[in-house]
Design a protein around this ligand. Structure first.
Ligand code: ADP
Length: 658
């Protein structure tokens, strides 16, 4: 049930979030068909130049970001457009309400017995037409201006959030599911977009229309206006309050309903093999039928309340008109009111109800927008946990010694996973970390790249405490090769040059040759320009690793952190990767999280880690002679390895497993 549930937070209506929503890389671009090229050229010719903005990036909170996100703050960044939209809203609301007043005038001045005056009627009809045209024009501009305003505001907001996401530290990404972030960026932003695009302007127009109509009624005849207000407004207010509450509940249920339908669907799609293997199809259909049924019931409910409120207010309007006709008619007969004014009154009354209905019905939109703003504000309020201190040093070119000094670390307060670790790695040395799964090897590596800061103790590179240097100067000199390399959509060449976008083609090719990726590239249809699809799923895992190694080689970092892949490779890939590692590690300081003893054995030194502590350290020979944990592991491996394949079993699968 709970699959990706976080992606469909209440109020978010997350139709697009959920796991995997971010994996789509889209269709490959096939180029512009020749028959369309001329059109494209024409459009490009008068397209203004959108220069690449220069982004200065810091890992400190951006100055001025202490202002919390509100709709108002987003809008006031465009005061000109705001003012224009406001003005147009006023013009629309005023000009649209000229009609009834003009009709009344035409009756009084041109149609009544004794006042027959065709010329007046024609002039007033002309004015009516003018007012209509003015309304239409003002409306058109208003929709356009507020649409553009909304487009800019959404643009800013998207960039702001994306930039914020880039700045956040890694602890955020493990805690928060990708699905939730996706739903923030899709459904929440869409809610806001809807609200901004027509919601807000509509609210303003409708609200203003009500004020204008009320004012006009009072200027025409105070007594009749008072009667109208007393008659209609209290009942209408009560009905609207009821509807607002009921529909809020209704739409909450609808949102939860669709979220459940989608998560149930997603779960059964992801688990389709398990479902088939266990013959659970029937059960699933029954379950889905129930989930869909609850959604249907929620929709039923909202249809019901809409059916009461809409026709109900209409009925109220008609009743009001009937009463007004009686009272007003009496006033006309007694010459207290002109016929034209009565007609105008009746016409205005019918127009009075529409804005209220619209306002109440769109209140939902406003609420959703507000809920979305609140959620986005929560996201923007998350501060990076790894920050640069003010006045952080640029790390000078390093020699590459790394030391952990009495380092302790906890991901969650109170749950320490590293205890008092002391390790010294000399420049140019390759140190393998070995130990069972969950021992803390990757955590140690993450402290070197400063994805996290130690809870106690220090991590130093060349005697510089990592907390005192800028993140960019540190990471520029570090290379990281993760266990499962991530390939981005684009050419193989771009993926190799990922860490150094300015690298020349010759440099890329040199890196490719150095790690032995050239044999692989030669077999690809377009060589280095072959596009990587779906995060490299069309490449074998060995090929992906080679690309990652070439990427690290090109960056030429002084210090390398390598997480050895656990996936089993065929012997040929294995050899190729071992060769690439030899090339890559030569002359660099390296931390190698080793999952195979065959790799660990080749390191200059081996550090055995278990339960967040260093258990022993030394060269392969020293440790074997010492007869400790490593020797025990090695024994198991050597005896089994003689039977099994050359690569031998994984460390984690043996000896040290708790
Ligand atoms: P290894 O690399 O040796 O397999 P790790 O360094 O990944 O071990 O993990 C060490 C311990 O920290 C484990 O108990 C693991 O469950 C915990 N851990 C790892 N990552 C996180 C995280 N992001 N949040 C909380 N605990 C974590």
């Amino acid at each position: 049930m709970a699959w990706g549930g976080g992606g469909y937070g209440p109020g978010g209506g997350g139709f697009h979030g959920g796991p995997g929503a971010g994996t789509a890389t889209g269709l490959p671009f096939e180029g512009i068909p020749p028959e369309r090229q001329a059109g494209v050229d024409r459009i490009l010719a008068d397209e203004p130049d959108h220069a690449e903005p220069t982004v200065s990036f810091t890992h400190r909170p951006a100055p001025g970001s202490d202002r919390r996100l509100t709709l108002w703050m987003l809008l006031t960044r465009y005061p000109g457009r705001m003012a224009a939209a406001g003005l147009l809203v006023v013009v629309t609301a005023l000009s649209a309400q000229a009609g009834p007043k003009l009709t009344g005038l035409a009756i009084d001045k041109g149609m009544l017995p004794g006042h027959h005056h065709m010329g007046t009627v024609v002039v007033i009809a002309g004015l009516y037409l003018l007012a209509l045209v003015a309304t239409a024009l003002a409306q058109r501009s208003q929709v356009r201006v507020s649409g553009r305003l909304a487009a800019w505001v959404m643009n800013d907001l998207r960039v702001k959030i994306f930039t914020h996401l880039q700045r956040l530290s890694l602890d955020f990404y493990t805690e928060e599911k990708a699905g939730v972030i996706m739903s923030r960026m899709t459904s929440d932003i869409e809610n806001l977009q809807q609200l901004l695009q027509d919601g807000l302007a509509q609210f303003a127009v409708q609200g203003l229309t009500m004020v204008v109509i009320t004012a006009v009624l009072f200027t025409m005849n105070v007594r009749l206006a008072l009667v109208t207000v007393v008659l209609v407004v209290p009942i209408l207010t009560l009905m609207s309050m009821w509807f607002r509450r009921a529909s809020e509940q209704g739409y909450d249920k609808v949102r939860d309903g669709i979220a459940n339908v989608l998560s149930d669907l997603s779960e059964s799609l992801h688990g389709v093999r398990v479902v088939a293997a266990h013959n659970r199809q029937r059960h699933n259909v029954v379950h889905h039928r129930n989930v869909v049924g609850r959604y249907r019931a929620a929709n039923y409910y909202t249809a019901e309340i809409n059916a009461i409120y809409g026709p109900g207010t209409q009925l109220l309007g008609i009743l009001g008109q009937a009463v007004l006709l009686a009272i007003g008619g009496d006033m006309v007969v007694h010459h207290q009111l002109t016929l034209g004014t009565l007609v105008a009154f009746l016409l205005y009354l019918s127009r009075f109800f529409q804005p209220i209905q619209l306002l109440v019905q769109q209140y939902n939109l406003y609420q959703q927008g507000q809920a979305s703003i609140n959620k986005l504000r929560g996201l923007l309020d998350v501060q990076p946990s790894v920050t640069e201190v003010p006045g952080a040093l640029e790390l000078p070119p390093i020699k590459g010694s790394i030391s952990f000094e009495r380092v302790s670390f906890a991901y969650e307060p109170g749950l320490e996973v590293l205890h008092d670790v002391d390790i010294l790695i000399r420049p140019g040395e390759t140190v393998a970390f070995v130990g069972p799964t969950g021992a803390g090897k990757s955590t140690l590596a993450k402290l070197v790249t400063r994805f996290y800061d130690p809870t106690a103790g220090r991590v130093l590179i060349d005697q510089h405490d990592l907390r005192g240097v800028t993140l960019s100067s540190l990471r520029r000199q570090l290379g990281v090769v993760p266990q499962e390399p991530f390939l981005f959509a684009g050419a193989v060449r771009d993926n190799v040059a990922f860490a150094r976008a300015d690298a020349s083609d010759a440099e890329v090719e040199q890196a490719v040759r150095a790690v032995g990726l050239d044999e692989v590239v030669d077999r690809l249809p377009l060589g280095l320009d072959t596009l990587v699809h779906e995060r490299g799923q069309t490449l074998s895992s060995g090929e992906r690793q080679l690309i990652a190694l070439a990427r690290a080689f090109l960056a030429q970092p002084r210090v390398l952190v390598l997480d050895e892949a656990t996936s089993n490779l065929d012997l040929q890939s294995e050899t190729r990767i071992e060769h690439a590692l030899d090339v890559l590690l030569a002359g660099r300081t390296a931390i190698l999280i080793a999952h195979r003893l065959s790799t660990a054995r080749k390191a200059d030194r081996i550090v055995v880690i278990d339960g967040g502590r260093v258990v022993e350290a030394g060269t392969h020979d020293e440790l074997v002679t010492a007869g400790g944990r490593y020797a025990e592991m090695y024994d198991t491996w050597a005896t089994q390895g003689a039977i099994g394949q050359g690569a031998g079993p994984e460390v984690a699968g043996n000896g040290l497993q708790r």
